[in-house]
Design a protein around this ligand. Sequence first.
Ligand code: PCA
Length: 198
Amino acid sequence: MKKLLLTGFEPFLEFPINPTTEIATILNGETIGDYEVVGEILSVDFHKSGIQLLELIEKHNPDAVVSLGLAGGRNCITPERIAINCNDGPVDNNGHKPNGEKIFEDGPDGYFSKLPIYEIVSALKEAGYPAKISNTAGAYLCNNVMYHGLHYQSLNNLDLPSGFIHIPASHALAIKKNMPSWSQHDLTEAIRLALTCL
Ligand code: PCA
């Protein structure tokens, strides 16, 4: 059986709940398509998150890597097209504030996702879940982790399905901070379906 590393994030900034934590926890151990899912949770920390992802890749030796992040304010599931070599945005959970620095001094400007993002969007829409490709993952930890995963593949001549999917808030989070939201159940179902496209 092939192995799929699925990561979620811990809560951060003004979001006291991160619905990706629950998805990675619930899907951990499930078989989806050809893959057994290994769910793990990453920190929101510019000095740690990327290294955590690479350590998890070395530990689990997965055949596919999908990272999930909350995009508070978005109203649909958005597979990301590209990761950029830049750290920027507000403070992380450890108080570090980036300022537009490169993630890897000698890395390329960007990497395209290695996930079947068009198939994922079509499958989700066909099943009744709003979805569209996003052309920016921002420059905060989600972009950072996506870049780390794709840079690692490039350095190691790997060609695994690998990339990032942003999701909207859950209702539980929207009750605490008003924003567009989905039920946690639908978020989890939509990601389960997205993973069948790999
Ligand atoms: N979303 C943030 C980081 C953690 C998360 O779930 C982002 O979009 O960068």
